[in-house]
Every structure is written in structure tokens, then in C-alpha cells.
Design a protein around this ligand. Structure first.
Ligand SMILES: Cc1cc2nc3c(=O)[nH]c(=O)nc-3n(C[C@H](O)[C@H](O)[C@H](O)COP(=O)(O)OP(=O)(O)OC[C@H]3O[C@@H](n4cnc5c(N)ncnc54)[C@H](O)[C@@H]3O)c2cc1C
Length: 386
């Protein structure tokens, strides 16, 4: 598809224009000092891109996950890292679909104006890992409040967010019909919580990704911050995870295109043994293969987004899109690093940074094995393996 017949070209061009002010050098410098891209996220917020999913009646643009995914894709394609701000996109879906009219009226206009950020979602726990139903953090009702105790790990962007969606157990697993019942989600106001029952410990990690351990010791949350019905949080979170998978797939597509553009250019220019390295099939084929896989992944990504926006079941497509796109971007990253030779390892080329960034998506937000297990069980009807 050329730029002229892409129905989203106007949206893409708008994001590209903004990203032009934040070139790879900007993200390289932020990465080197392990900082947060404040100026970039501020500019994105001011331009309204992070309010894409908020309905117009609350001051947002009322776009769908398709458009949200394109915004994130373009950031990664321009050499940036949408991981600093993608949380607001997929968390929004949870609040929009399951929040009450009062919650939406209270928070959405302020988020749309850029006064509040909803960048964090606290699900993962050290002892439970991928087995979300095994989480141990509890929220016990006491009068007009819930009191939270427990621990989370790998919770991202907490230091750059005002609000967090928290999953906690409100009914003990042995008193619930199913393990996945008795879990609830809450909107936590981080400005009130940190230092008053909630402690944040940053985790240094391979990617420049602001992520943390959280400790809850008697954190009080007003009962009105419960999202949806008590006990149904697992289902609400799963809904949001499909949006997350489709959006992350789009980011991988953006990464993959960045790697392929970068390595194609380099392989055409770098002359060794008297000819461009890109003239050798040993160099061409891995790049061509990554491109083919990326294009196929992109089709699945748009299918997942379309289904999500139409309110159709999209678990299979969202998972498969995430799997295919993360694999394709990783293949593209490998080819890009390999054919830059030694220069692939030099920070100034941005390849090693983007290589680290795209590697994350094989593990988080859902690991490749768990996608395979999902497809085996829910799509193919094989016995549950875990
Ligand atoms: C940088 C970063 C940011 C993150 N941000 C967030 C966030 O904002 N919010 C949040 O809630 N979480 C977040 N996470 C957590 C992330 O979702 C989990 O790390 C991920 O889901 C994997 O869980 P785990 O690390 O506990 O691995 P485990 O569940 O311990 O699994 C370890 C490995 O074993 C494999 N495995 C486990 N069970 C099976 C099985 N039955 N069959 C086959 N293989 C299996 C997995 O594939 C995986 O490779 C983040 C993680 C990272 C690294």
C-alpha cells in the first residue's frame, strides 16, 4: 500500500510531524541517562494523541484502537519508544468499557486536557507470575473504603502517572466458584496513595523502561473507585489485555519497519569486497524474510483492531497479532544488528537500543509461550496445559 491509498495517512502524517521534533538522538540521550522522555510525552499529550480513545463528549477524539495503534506504531517507526506512554491507550479501554458514568465524568475530561495521566496497570505479582488468578494482593471492604495489602512487580510508569488500575482479590479463591472470580479492579489515585500505604521501588532493567515493585500496607481506596462489579475484575482485565496486545503488535510493526528501513539503507551503501553488502543473498534474504513476516503480522494486527473496535470477540486475533508482530520485529532487529556488523553495537546507530526495546515484547506484556498455550486451548480445542 502506498502512502496515497492508506486511509490513515493523515493520522500517520500528524504523528510523524510531531515525532520529527524527537528524533532517535533524543531517545538515545534519554536511554543513556536512564531518564523518562518527559518533553516527548508532554508534546504528545498537548497534541491530544494520548486522548485518542476518549469519546468526544469527554473532550477526547473518540477514535478506536485501530487509530490508537497507528499512533503508537508511528512513534516506534520514527525511532522512538512508545513504551513510555502506551499504557494510557490500553488502560483507557478498561475505564471506558467498565467504568461508571460518575467515574468517566470525573476523570476523562481531566485526562483529555492532559491534567491527569492514566498510564499504569498493576496486575503482575512476584509469586503468581503469569498465573493471574493466583495473585495474593487483597482489597477488603471496610465501610466506605477498601483496604489493600500485598505486593506487585513490574508495574510500569507509576512514577509518571497520576492514576493506576489495580487488580486485587476481594473474595478468597477458596470461597469463589472459580479461581478467576473474586478479583476486582480499582482506580488508584497515585498522588494520594504513594507514601500512604503504597511504596514504589524502581527496578533497573535492560530496556529504559520505568517499571517498579509496589508494596501495599493498609492502603485505603474509596469504595467509589471500584470499577464495574466487585468480583468481575479478571474478565474486565482480559478485555483490556486484548487492546493491549493489538497495540503492542502495532508497536512491533513500527519497530520492524524502522529496522528494515535502517538495514536496507545501510546494506545498500556499505561496500565490502568491492560491492554493497546488500548485493549478497546471505544479506538480502534475512531482510526480505523479516519484511514478509512483518507484512503478514500487520494484516492480523488490523484484523484484531477492527474486531476490537466493532465489539466482536478478538482474543484469538489479538494474541496471534502480538505473537506474529513480536517475532517479525525480533527477526528484523536481528538482521539489522547483524548486517551493521560492529556498528550495530555502537549506541550512536540506535540499533542496539531498538534491539533491546523490541526484545521485551517476546516476554511482556504476555510471553510467547502463553500465547501458544492460548491458541492451542482456545482456538484449537486442545486440553489445557497449565
Ligand atoms: C519491562 C516490563 C514491564 C512490565 N510492565 C508491566 C505492567 O505495567 N503491569 C503488569 O501488571 N505487569 C507488567 N509486566 C509483567 C509482565 O506482564 C510479565 O513479566 C509477563 O507476563 C511474564 O510473567 P513473569 O515475568 O512472572 O514470568 P513467569 O510467569 O514466571 O514465566 C517465566 C517463563 O516461563 C514461561 N511459562 C510460564 N508458565 C508456562 C506454561 N504453563 N507453559 C509454557 N511456558 C510457561 C513463560 O513463557 C516465561 O517465559 C512487565 C514486565 C516487564 C519485563
Amino acid at each position: 500500500m502506498t502512502r496515497d491509498d492508506d486511509p490513515h495517512e493523515e493520522l500517520r502524517a500528524g504523528v510523524r510531524d510531531l515525532c520529527a521534533a524527537f528524533p532517535p538522538e533524543y531517545f538515545r540521550e534519554v536511554d543513556a541517562r536512564r531518564g523518562y522522555p518527559d518533553a516527548f510525552v508532554d508534546a504528545l499529550t498537548k497534541a491530544g494523541w494520548l486522548a485518542a480513545l476518549i469519546p468526544a463528549e469527554y473532550g477526547g477524539s473518540g477514535l478506536g484502537v485501530t487509530e490508537a495503534s497507528i499512533i503508537m506504531e508511528e512513534i516506534n517507526r520514527a525511532g522512538g519508544n512508545a513504551g513510555a506512554c502506551h499504557g494510557q491507550m490500553y488502560n483507557m479501554g478498561t475505564l471506558l468499557r467498565h467504568g461508571s458514568a460518575e467515574q468517566k465524568a470525573r476523570y476523562l475530561p481531566a485526562i483529555a486536557r492532559g491534567e491527569l495521566r492514566l498510564q499504569s496497570m498493576g496486575v503482575t505479582e512476584p509469586a503468581a507470575g503469569t498465573d493471574t488468578a493466583a495473585i495474593r494482593t487483597t482489597a477488603r471492604r471496610r465501610g466506605d473504603r477498601y483496604v489493600v495489602n500485598g505486593q506487585k512487580v513490574w508495574i510500569s510508569r507509576v512514577q509518571h502517572s497520576d492514576l493506576m488500575i489495580l487488580l486485587a482479590r476481594t473474595t478468597p479463591a477458596d470461597a469463589s466458584r472459580k479461581r478467576s472470580e473474586g478479583l476486582s479492579i480499582f482506580l488508584v489515585d497515585l498522588r494520594e496513595a504513594i507514601g500512604h500505604g503504597m511504596e514504589v521501588r524502581p527496578i533497573a532493567n535492560m530496556v529504559n523502561h520505568e517499571t517498579n515493585e509496589l508494596f501495599f500496607d493498609g492502603l485505603e481506596i474509596p469504595a467509589e473507585n471500584l470499577i464495574g462489579e466487585e468480583g468481575k475484575g479478571f474478565r474486565y482485565i482480559l478485555d483490556g489485555l486484548n487492546a493491549e496486545r493489538a497495540i503492542i503488535a502495532a508497536e512491533c510493526i513500527g519497530d520492524g519497519r524502522w529496522f528494515i528501513d535502517k538495514v536496507t539503507r545501510y546494506a545498500g551503501e556499505r561496500v565490502v569486497f568491492g560491492r554493497p553488502i546488500g548485493q549478497n543473498q546471505g544479506v538480502q534474504f534475512p531482510i526480505a524474510e523479516a519484511h514478509i513476516e512483518l507484512e503478514a503480522a500487520n494484516l492480523m494486527r488490523f484484523d484484531a483492531c477492527r474486531r476490537f473496535d466493532a465489539g466482536e470477540p478478538c482474543g484469538a486475533q489479538a494474541n496471534m497479532a502480538k505473537y506474529l508482530a513480536a517475532k517479525a520485529s525480533w527477526e528484523a532487529a536481528n538482521a539489522c544488528l547483524q548486517f551493521h556488523g560492529g556498528f550495530g553495537f555502537a549506541a550512536d546507530y540506535d540499533v542496539e537500543r531498538k534491539f533491546r526495546e523490541t526484545r521485551l515484547y517476546q516476554v511482556a506484556p504476555i510471553s510467547t509461550n502463553l500465547i501458544l498455550a492460548y491458541v492451542a486451548e482456545h482456538v484449537l480445542g486442545l486440553p489445557r496445559s497449565y
